[in-house]
Design a protein around this ligand. Structure first.
Ligand code: AMP
Length: 312
């Protein structure tokens, strides 16, 4: 475990390639560990970072109360055995205040009309900035991100292309609890009652997915959104921030009907008490039925992710 840029750079020189990188904000769960396992299975070395990045939190968001538990995270990574090095810098190390304050940022322009981007002003600027810095420090060959944060995946894909980072981006499928709730460090904020309601979020996405795939083959954006909202609205404690149907390649909202071959990302953000939850599914026509027939359990999910990756 290293804490400074200098130590990380020295360590990087010792690592055998290809080197994979898994950026996280810590409070690790099985979703993070599966990214690290994927990274280890395809690369010689894996670097993980643990950094709660202040620039991606807006005023009034949960930066101060975000769970910080580096010792536990390191123990989890040690037990899992997929990570060669952990970079856990301080805020001052990443954003020096002296002699002059840190003053350069990476400003994404393309996703400004995406609903997640609108809901969290400045968030993706903070993400793009910290990921750029981490890429420059760690210099990975490939970086692993989770589909759980699908718009973030798109953002990083676009950034790597537009700023010519020599990094390949890999997207791993969303890991879920047995009841469907997407794993997230923020799930720790949920009370027992809220936790019981939380699986409704994924169920609402599944309702739209069923309409998309079912006999009616629903392709109208308004109807897909209604199918999602109808399920969410059955739980009055859930307050919906947005339900988005966005083009998979551009991240921009689809206006009326889905084009069968290009597919879409159905994503949403809700508030459950003080906790903000996000989740998404990919809607598209695909060879899923094929992999199902062959009895490949996870074929469908993996197929979606690979396709998302291939699109970008
Ligand atoms: P975070 O620590 O929440 O910033 O997440 C670090 C990385 O783990 C990001 O690439 C996330 O998309 C990914 N991640 C978070 N939750 C999950 C999950 N449930 N399944 C798969 N990947 C995840």
């Amino acid at each position: 475990v290293v804490h400074t840029v200098k130590e990380m750079r020295a360590l990087r020189k010792e690592l055998g390639g290809p080197v994979a990188f898994v950026p996280t904000m810590g409070a690790l769960h099985s979703g993070h560990l599966s990214l690290m396992a994927d990274a280890a299975s395809e690369n010689t070395s894996v670097v993980a970072s643990v950094f709660v990045n202040p620039t991606q939190f807006g005023p009034g968001e949960d930066f101060n109360r975000y769970p910080r538990q580096l010792d536990r995270d390191v123990a989890l990574m040690r037990d899992a055995g997929s990570v060669s090095a952990v970079f856990a810098p301080s805020v001052e190390e990443m954003y020096p205040s002296k002699p002059a304050p840190h003053a350069f940022f990476v400003e994404p322009q393309g996703l400004r009309s995406n609903l997640e981007s609108i809901a969290r002003p400045g968030h993706f600027r903070g993400v793009a900035t910290v990921v750029s810095k981490l890429f420059n420090i760690v210099q990975p060959d490939v970086a692993y991100f989770g589909q759980k944060d699908a718009i973030q995946c798109l953002l990083i894909q676009h950034m790597v292309r537009d700023l010519n980072f020599p990094v390949r981006v890999h997207i791993s499928p969303t890991k879920r609890e047995a009841d469907g709730l997407a794993m997230s460090s923020r799930n720790a904020y949920l009370s027992a009652d809220e936790r019981r309601v939380a699986p409704t979020v994924y169920r609402s996405l599944q309702a739209a997915e069923a309409a998309f795939r079912g006999p009616q083959r629903e392709r109208r954006v308004a109807a897909l959104r209604s199918a999602t909202l109808e399920v969410l609205e059955r739980e009055p404690v859930l307050s919906v921030e947005y339900v988005s149907v966005a083009d998979l390649a551009t991240g921009l909202e689809v206006a009326t009907d889905l084009v069968p071959e290009s597919g879409a990302l159905l994503s949403l953000a809700v508030r459950l008490g003080k906790t903000r939850l996000i989740d998404n599914v990919v809607l598209r026509e695909r060879e899923r039925e094929q992999s199902k027939r062959k009895g490949e359990g996870d074929g469908a999910a993996a197929d979606d992710v690979m396709w998302l990756w291939a699109m970008l």
